[in-house]
Write a protein that binds this ligand. Structure first.
Ligand SMILES: Nc1ncnc2c1ncn2[C@@H]1O[C@H](COP(=O)(O)OP(=O)(O)O)[C@@H](O)[C@H]1O
Ligand SMILES: Cc1cn([C@H]2C[C@H](O)[C@@H](COP(=O)(O)O)O2)c(=O)[nH]c1=O
Length: 271
């Protein structure tokens, strides 16, 4: 006969004196789940609650031991959903809380000028335009990088080294990294940003408003016939749509393409 086990609601504290199994309270429940009391002897720091995943004591150039707690927050959604606006607000709020911040965006996005992130409503903030994230530390300066606490990344879908950069910045260097980008391309295929979800502390999917019916829109429809995956453009080429209008939009595009092909072949026959 199978035995069934009933786990106690609270783990007896004598079993794991340093691990807290108490019920989860805050939304960032994953990082709260296995929390430990930092031993007083470590680095001579005050004893405080730390999450295991972000516990990363480091030693600076003077041999001083200090504690770093990195975080990764991801903001995804279709175009026009407010990803850049949200990133901008979070960075501004971190900055007004006295933290050192920097924003990076892909230099592929040349829509509104290179050295600023700009929302579709025209709000802007200075940024570092880069082709690869791996060049950031050197470009920013090593000393300045060490002082940096929060890094925002916009148009993250265009960075091939996003995963490696985030791991290094959050796990090893103790930075808070806030990433904004498209989760899916115009064919709703994963667009790179999804790769970092397993290493993220939080993920926010925003929705725009469907341009055809006004309902919440989770997808981006490409209005033109170009088929390359990366095509930097705005409302002239793309529109946010709901599920229904994404599906019908793709059907209409497919039908138009067939008509066009038939028409071209037909004309070709007569020429
Ligand atoms: N079809 C559209 N064309 C231009 N701007 C739009 C359109 N739909 C929404 N917007 C505006 O874009 C804003 C969001 O801009 P932004 O933060 O740059 O979005 P995202 O980064 O997700 O593309 C919305 O608050 C809205 O005012
Ligand atoms: C859907 C889709 C988009 N892009 C490009 C178009 C824009 O330049 C950016 C997204 O900008 P936003 O800040 O989210 O508005 O990505 C692309 O290259 N391929 C696509 O499939």
């Amino acid at each position: 006969m199978m035995k069934s086990f009933v786990f106690p609601a609270r783990k007896p504290s004598f079993l794991f004196p340093n691990i807290d199994f108490s019920p989860l309270k805050s939304p960032s429940f994953v990082s709260n789940f296995l929390s430990v009391r930092k031993p007083d002897f470590l680095c001579g720091l005050r004893s405080r609650r730390l999450s295991l995943s972000s516990f990363s004591p480091s030693v600076d150039g003077n041999g001083h031991c200090y504690q770093t707690e990195g975080e990764i927050h991801v903001i995804v959604g279709p175009m026009f959903a407010g990803k850049t606006t949200t990133l901008l607000r979070r960075i501004e709020s971190e900055s007004s809380n006295g933290r050192n911040v920097a924003i990076i965006k892909s230099s592929k996005d040349t829509r509104y000028g290179l050295d600023s992130i700009v929302t579709h409503d025209g709000e802007r903030l200075s940024c570092w335009p880069l082709t690869a994230l791996s060049s950031f530390k050197e470009r920013f300066g090593l000393e300045a990088y060490h002082q940096l606490e929060v890094i925002g990344i916009d148009e993250a879908q265009f960075f091939e080294d996003l995963y490696d950069f985030c791991v290094k910045a959050a796990d090893h260097d103790g930075k808070t990294v806030i990433v904004a980008g498209l989760d899916g391309d115009y064919l709703r295929r994963s667009f790179g940003v999804l790769d970092i979800i397993p290493i993220a502390d939080s993920v926010t999917k925003l929705r725009a408003r469907c341009e055809l019916c006004g309902k919440p829109a989770a997808f981006t429809l490409r209005k033109t016939e170009e088929t390359e995956r990366e095509l930097v453009a705005g409302a002239d080429v793309y529109m946010p749509v709901c599920r229904h209008h994404y599906a019908s939009g793709q059907v209409v595009k497919e039908a138009a393409r067939t008509v066009l092909q038939t028409h071209t072949v037909g004309r070709g026959l007569f020429l």
